[in-house]
Design a protein around this ligand. Structure first.
Ligand code: IPM
Ligand code: MG
Length: 350
């Protein structure tokens, strides 16, 4: 990279602006010579420009070397047709930029045992990554509403994957496992769904290139149960878009709070969008109650995955751990530390 790496900041709605502001502060404090440019997205962009993903925002996202995304979703716009809803911004970015591989790591920071929905000794042992496919499945299949021949209102969303889509995410799953404990669980619903049967076949084919990875298949209902029964048994989970959405929210509560989980959404060449897995939380927006840790940890993932800066990424993660170890907690973790104060403490701990 000959120029200063350009980071597009897309704060979005609700608590998005508050948490991305803290993540940006942390990045700036590291003095890495990064450049930042901000653009509206989601409901905020609809308000400003009449579209949740205006062309200027999309073109900034394309031009940038990496994207730091806040959250989208605004109850004011729940009544809009789907194409104009805030959520279309993130779905549009994922699709337009071909960000097919979503990495969602979940591990327990020491001290957060009491915030987990699980018993401390179970929570403490969690260290897993969900590799979620992000540009296919029911999210992007044919959708529609209609009237049945008996006059009933109906709706449909097509679940569909082709073999190339499955193979490339499976490969990311195996590669992720190779860098960790070399155990991969592929989650599907092959006892019911044709899509899942294809998924399983392709995952088996890709597995031949990774003989050192121990592969298991699991139905999604069983995976949901195992995630709370014995989460320590998971290393890497690879799964489709819908199942990954659900399992990653579940995993977040196993490690304390949805306010703690970062994510990276990567394309074939490693370009990435980084975002907390939580939503816009309109009920607490602007109240200084949001947990900035997921956004800050997303910034760390950005340094590591997009820029190969693993040393400053480690520094961010150690700073977050140190602040939590001091007992500082935002409301989601049962504390009363404000968003900005949490950011202050993390910057100080760098
Ligand atoms: C997520 C979110 C999104 C999704 C929504 C906001 C469209 O829940 O990133 O997990 O369903 O993918
Ligand atoms: Mg989700």
């Amino acid at each position: 990279m000959t120029h200063a790496p350009l980071i597009a900041i897309l704060p979005g709605d609700g608590i998005g602006p508050e948490v991305t502001a803290q993540a940006r502060r942390v990045l700036e404090a590291l003095g890495l010579g990064l450049a930042f440019e901000e653009a509206p997205v989601g409901g905020a962009a609809y308000r400003a420009a009449g579209h949740p993903l205006p062309p200027e925002t999309l073109s900034l996202a394309r031009r940038a070397d990496a994207i730091l995304f806040g959250a989208v979703g605004d109850p004011d716009f729940d009544g809009l047709e789907r194409a104009l809803r805030p959520e279309q911004a993130i779905l549009g970015l994922r699709k337009s930029l071909a960000l097919f591989a979503n990495l969602r790591p979940a591990r327990l920071f020491p001290g957060l045992e009491d915030a987990s929905a699980l018993r401390p000794e179970i929570a403490r042992a969690i260290d897993l990554v969900i590799v979620r496919e992000l540009t296919g499945d029911v999210y992007f299949g044919d959708k529609g509403r209609g009237i049945t021949h008996t006059g009933l209102r109906e709706g449909h969303d097509l679940m569909r994957y082709d073999e190339v889509e499955v193979a490339r995410i499976a490969r990311v799953g195996f590669e992720t496992a190779m860098k960790r404990k070399r155990r991969l669980v592929s989650v599907d619903k092959a006892n019911v769904l044709e899509t899942s049967q294809l998924w399983r076949e392709i995952v088996e084919e890709v597995a031949r290139d990774f003989p050192e990875v121990e592969l298991a298949h699991m139905y999604v209902d069983n995976a949901a149960m195992q995630l709370v029964r014995a989460p320590q048994n998971f290393d890497v989970i690879v799964t489709g878009n819908l199942f990954g959405d659900i399992l990653s929210d579940q995993a977040s509560m196993c490690v304390g709070s949805i306010g703690m989980l970062p994510s990276a959404s990567l394309d074939q060449h490693g370009k990435g969008l980084y975002e907390p897995i939580h939503g816009s939380a309109p009920d607490i927006a602007g109240a200084g109650k949001a947990n900035p840790c997921a956004a800050i940890l997303s910034a760390a993932m950005m340094l590591r995955h997009s820029f190969g800066m693993s040393e400053p990424a480690d520094r961010i993660e150690r700073a977050v751990a140190a602040v939590l170890a001091q007992g500082k907690r935002t409301a989601d973790l049962g504390g009363d530390c404000a968003t900005g104060a949490m950011g202050d403490a993390i910057v100080a701990a760098l």
